[in-house]
Design a protein around this ligand. Structure first.
Ligand code: ADP
Ligand code: MG
Length: 348
């Protein structure tokens, strides 16, 4: 949050577009056998033999999807990669390449883009994907980042949103709501900082929440784990907009209903305590918070023994016939229709 006045500021115009691209991308190493030609020509060349390919893209806009007053650029670069890889994994695919396009205003020095690319490179290294191209242009105001991710599927591995069946179990990975509470903490600290810039906040109790917001991970591990357990989900989606919104997508596309049990929704203790502090309902946060990047999937009941002992998975409900509708079964045993809220980018 505190700007370092001594930081070096190299004007982007000093390098020119090609100098800038070269400077930012010169360290990228090719790791994937499928990358024949990476950065440097008019287009990348990839060779996937006979494999099916998944392609997904996301656009992040300053002021809409991120706020640079509390998001360090290195974290932003990392997260921009993660949100795309999460979509690849939600198809039950292996991520292999990304492209990175940026539009940047002249208020950013070279050092800011170096930090952004350090985060991109870290994510690409950890998740074993190659950066094979992109585009660089100027913007009149603010920063835009668009990342496209490419992945491969083994034969018959693809898992869609539209194939959940009545009686399937509804399963979620990890825990929910932490990224949203992390955002609440950061927003609160931003307000405190505006009033008193010398105030040094103690964010230690909120480490997990802030990390889930600023440095989320995509569940590559789960895709491998499901393969090891020989479980192929009947449907799958990643949780980017909040559990309720994703359940609605999955059930609508599959033409099914569901019962979701409030008491089963996995919450970290830090989410529960911060919800008490902010006086908000933790179930609402888990349902509508978003940005958890966990996976929501359905499995046949026959597969239940394979996942039940694994702490990565929580069965939170089951799929019903379409006519039954979509309901949250509360701790008090009331049945409440599930409605979407998700991120309200268009209403802000
Ligand atoms: P073109 O004029 O054909 O669009 P560019 O000069 O924009 O080519 O890009 C040159 C090379 O650098 C290409 O391989 C392109 O994919 C890559 N590239 C451009 N911008 C970026 C970026 N921001 N990140 C990664 N690679 C990039
Ligand atoms: Mg270009």
């Amino acid at each position: 949050m505190i700007e370092d006045k001594n930081q070096q500021r190299t004007q982007l115009s000093d390098l020119g577009e090609f100098g800038l691209i070269d400077h930012l991308t010169k360290n990228f190493k090719i790791k994937q056998a499928s990358t024949v030609k990476g950065i440097g020509d008019d287009a990348a060349v990839l060779n996937f033999k006979n494999k099916k390919i998944v392609v997904t893209t996301d656009l992040l806009v300053e002021g809409v999807h991120f706020d640079l007053t509390y998001v360090p650029l290195k974290h932003l670069g990392y997260k921009a990669v993660i949100v795309n890889l999460s979509d690849v994994f939600a198809m039950n695919a292996t991520a292999t390449q990304i492209t990175v396009s940026i539009a940047v205003s002249n208020r950013f020095p070279l050092e800011a883009l170096e930090a952004l690319y350090a985060g991109i490179e870290t994510a690409a290294t950890i998740y074993n994907v190659d950066v094979v191209g992109g585009d660089t242009t100027s913007s009149n105001k603010g920063l835009l980042i668009s990342i496209t991710a490419i992945g491969t599927l083994e034969p018959n591995d693809e898992v869609y949103r539209n194939s959940a069946k009545p009686n399937d179990l509804l399963v979620v990975t990890g825990d929910l709501g932490a990224a949203y509470m992390g955002l609440q903490i950061l927003e609160r600290e931003k307000e405190v900082y505006k009033v008193n810039p010398n105030n040094q906040p103690d964010l230690e109790p909120y480490t997990y929440l802030i990390e889930r917001q600023l440095k989320p991970e995509a569940r590559q591990d789960i895709i491998k784990l499901l393969k090891d357990l020989k479980v192929k989900p009947s449907s799958m989606i990643d949780i980017s907009d909040g559990l309720s919104s994703e359940i609605i997508h999955l059930c609508t596309q599959s033409q099914v209903g569901c019962d979701l049990y409030e008491e089963k929704i996995p919450l970290d203790p830090a989410v529960i305590s911060s919800c008490e502090e902010f006086n908000i309902d933790s179930t609402t946060v888990a349902l509508n918070g978003g940005e958890d990047y966990e996976l929501l999937f359905t499995i046949s009941q026959d597969d239940y023994p394979k996942i039940k002992a694994n702490p990565n998975f929580t069965v939170i409900g089951y799929i019903k016939e379409k006519e039954a509708g979509l309901h949250l079964v509360t701790r008090a045993d009331n049945r409440i229709p599930i409605t979407a809220q998700g991120w309200k980018n268009f209403n802000d």
